[in-house]
Design a binder for this molecule. Sequence first.
Ligand SMILES: *[C@@H]1O[C@H](CO)[C@@H](O)[C@H](O)[C@H]1NC(C)=O
Ligand SMILES: *[C@@H]1O[C@H](CO)[C@@H](O)[C@H](O)[C@H]1NC(C)=O
Length: 195
Amino acid sequence: MEGSCFIYSLLPNILLITLLFTSSISLISLQETNLEFIRTSCNLTSYPTLCFNSLSTQACAIQTSPKLLAQMAISVTLNKTRSTSSAMVKLSKVHGMTPIEVSAMKDCIELLSDSVYELQKSLGEMSTPGSKDIRFVISDIQTWVSSALTNEDTCTEGFVDDPKMKKVVRGKIVNAAHLTSNALALINNYASLRG
Ligand SMILES: *[C@@H]1O[C@H](CO)[C@@H](O)[C@H](O)[C@H]1NC(C)=O
Ligand SMILES: *[C@@H]1O[C@H](CO)[C@@H](O)[C@H](O)[C@H]1NC(C)=O
């Protein structure tokens, strides 16, 4: 089991030991249920393995809540997009790029920064009770996903003369885009369950 359940960290050691002896089996099966929920839900996405791998470490926090699952998926995507953005900024400081590549890199970084903003907004809406309607949240994410997928091509288009750089950039962007696509599927699933 990856990580430890929230419940473990809340309990004093003596209680924990007692608990482990008396109900370790039920705690483990609880965790199995959580993981099974993530596996089944991730099966609805386009990249189930990536989905499961990116969310299974949060199983204890997600439990079997479609809302928390979608929320966590946005959080994971946001973090990945942030780190992708930083990696691109670092990459842009590499010397020896042609002016076209420098310009393509600048565009890429700007697009990713827009994405981070959109995801932050979506996460805020999703996690603040009584705020915006879920339909608007879905619309925000959908907008982001389609632009992220478009941006994926836009980002790599500028590197036609440098296949190696193109591959590096594409590799980074694709991962964030796939996570976003997954997050959207989980958001849609949550929305459909709410009726
Ligand atoms: C995932 O979906 C496929 C096809 O829809 C199905 O055969 C498989 O059993 C599902 N796996 C899980 C873990 O739900
Ligand atoms: C995303 O990053 C924030 C800040 O570093 C962190 O608190 C949060 O746990 C991360 N989310 C996930 C799902 O890893």
